[in-house]
Design a protein around this ligand. Structure first.
Ligand SMILES: Nc1ncnc2c1ncn2[C@@H]1O[C@H](COP(=O)(O)OP(=O)(O)OP(=O)(O)O)[C@@H](O)[C@H]1O
Length: 258
């Protein structure tokens, strides 16, 4: 469904300024209904890669194919239209509209596609209940907690049942119960709509929900770990790679693994 070939992103370099190669010859194929994780140290290029795959930024070089179309050659208006129709985004900083309540924010993709308001409200309220968002649902973003805003942003990314959800640290502001609920909502989406998910995360437990996890370093693929087997074994293999990469302190006891 989505195929990236030789993607490279170089920042800077203009007017004698130093340049930085944030994405370095990246290849990737994502199939419908597939859940792919992306892990790697801070500054390894995960967000840069996600933004290019989501057509929010253009690569310096390389190709990006989606259902037979090469996206880097589209005009910015065509790319915006493509994103509205096919993609859902969960950004680290939420990007909610301050003039709308959390509930109204989640309707935006369906408003843009002129969906029946009753369908829109029913769908968003059902998702909010599943994510435990009943309390903050009618608040404006400035009065909502980080966790409430993150859940609203996640509902907005899923409500139109996109072909691909691009999620940058979707559980970053959530406690473990809310994280599990959000990951389950993503799982439900892919079962109901065969949506693919690309999820950047620092959390190995969240990553263990994926079919496979790509580890990147210096903008390039270092290794890939596939699920295939018990989730607990997958989590152990992920933890091995995370610690080999010099990853963050891991609370193995808290994960029930020591
Ligand atoms: N717009 C930009 N202009 C210049 N440099 C940038 C820009 N965006 C990112 N970078 C640099 O590119 C590198 C990769 O950044 P990126 O945000 O993609 O990494 P990351 O793996 O997502 O990091 P983190 O886990 O901390 O979010 C970093 O060195 C960063 O400083």
């Amino acid at each position: 469904m989505l195929e990236a070939r030789f993607l490279t992103k170089i920042y800077g370099g203009e007017g004698g300024m130093p340049s930085h190669r944030a994405v370095n010859g990246f290849h990737l194929s994502i199939h419908p209904g597939e859940w792919v994780g992306v892990m790697g140290p801070s500054g390894s290029g995960k967000t840069s890669l996600l933004r290019i795959l989501g057509t929010l930024d253009l690569p310096t070089s390389g190709e990006l194919w989606f259902q037979g179309r090469e996206l880097t050659t589209l005009s910015s208006e065509e790319r915006a239209q493509f994103r509205r129709r096919h993609l859902g985004f969960i950004f680290q900083d939420f990007r909610l509209l301050e003039a709308l309540t959390l509930r109204e924010n989640t309707w935006l993709p369906l408003v843009l596609s002129r969906e029946d308001p009753a369908v829109m409200q029913e769908r968003s309220d059902t998702m909010a209940a599943a994510l435990g968002l009943d309390k903050g649902w009618h608040r404006y973003p400035r009065h909502a907690s980080g966790g409430e805003k993150q859940r609203a942003a996640a509902i907005r990314a899923m409500i139109h049942r996109p072909d691909l959800v691009l999620a940058d640290e979707p559980t970053g502001n959530l406690d473990s119960k809310a994280s599990r609920a959000l990951l389950s909502a993503l799982e439900t989406l892919r079962q109901q709509a065969n949506s693919a998910i690309l999820m950047v995360t620092h959390d190995p437990v969240a990553a263990s929900r994926c079919d496979r996890v790509l580890f990147i370093r210096d903008g390039a693929l270092m290794t890939e770990v596939r699920h295939g087997g018990k989730r607990q074994d997958f989590l152990r293999r992920l933890l091995t790679v995370v610690s080999a990469m010099g990853g963050e302190h891991l609370d193995l006891e808290g994960m029930g693994l020591s």
